[in-house]
Design a protein around this ligand. Structure first.
Ligand SMILES: [Zn+2]
Length: 283
């Protein structure tokens, strides 16, 4: 994937090497260093900042433990893909006269605190509607390649674009509608709604991919990489891997075939109107 020339998003929050939710009780040497760094950057009086943090300010500050260099190629690629999604969605929202509010992407390792609670890397990349942030541990890409057999930069970009898709659903009110419908629905119906929401995020990822292709980002094999990733994280494959059998009524993300089909639809059309998975019933 030819992402190098792309504009890097500035909406990246690099929390790698910061120990996730490690609490230090609002004090300690780590906090002191952090405050000094902040005041160095902002020119604020460190004592004022310390008082602020000691009285109910950020409760979850953590000790920096040597974050990787922020310029590592994977982080660069993610920043470039995120920048590209911003351009695409700004344009799409602009066409209907609305403004695209850009999400923030948090890089972390191990565990992370979000408005949706504490999460460990084991849950995989996720989007939190409560703070409009995407959370990504880059080690997931290694897992995607090795455990799920889906290597390639476009596979990784698809993962980012899918989470951005959830942000778009939040901005458009779709996520809220799904939540309300789920509250009234049976478990099986609720799972079906979840599948449609996930497939729509796949389709939105495809819409981004369509624009990336028009920017000449895609190279031979990229689309196949993305489709392989979409299939690899289909519920049927995951269930088969973890429990040895497939139970379609408990799907929450869709089958491999469904995920591929909706990603491809977005990729081919570049049109979000083609992503109405709810009326299509996932078909
Ligand atoms: Zn999702």
């Amino acid at each position: 994937m030819r992402w190098e020339s792309g504009r890097r998003s500035t909406n990246i929050e690099d929390r790698r090497g910061m120990g996730g939710g490690a609490m230090i009780g609002g004090g300690g040497i780590g906090m002191l260093i952090l405050v000094l760094i902040i005041s160095f950057i902002t020119g604020a009086n460190p004592l004022d900042l310390l008082q602020q943090t000691d009285t109910g300010g950020a409760p979850s500050e953590s000790v920096p433990t040597g974050a990787p260099a922020a310029n590592d190629p994977q982080a660069q690629m993610v920043a470039s893909v995120l920048g590209s999604t911003e351009d695409v969605w700004r344009q799409v929202f602009g066409q209907s006269g609305s403004r695209y509010e850009e999400p923030v992407l948090v890089l972390f390792d191990g565990s992370v605190r979000s408005a949706c609670g504490m999460a460990s890397s084991a849950v995989g990349p996720f989007y939190c509607p409560g703070d409009h942030k995407l959370y990504l541990d880059l080690s997931f890409f290694r897992e995607l390649a090795q455990r799920f057999g889906a290597p390639g930069e476009f596979a990784q970009a698809y993962v980012v674009a899918h989470e951005v898709g959830h942000h778009v659903q939040t901005l458009l009110g779709t996520s809220e509608q799904v939540n309300q419908a789920r509250a009234r629905a049976s478990e099986v119906q609720g799972n079906q709604l979840s599948v449609m929401q996930e497939l729509q995020a796949d389709c939105y990822a495809g819409v981004w991919g369509n624009h990336a292709a028009r920017k000449d980002w895609l190279e031979e094999g990229d689309v196949e990489d993305g489709l392989r990733a979409a299939a690899a994280i289909g519920d049927d494959r995951l269930q088969k891997q973890s429990q040895g059998y497939v139970a379609p009524e408990s799907f929450t993300h869709g089958s491999a075939e469904q995920r591929q089909r909706w990603l491809l639809r977005g990729l081919k059309t570049g049109d979000i109107r083609q992503c109405d998975t709810f009326n299509a019933g996932g078909q």
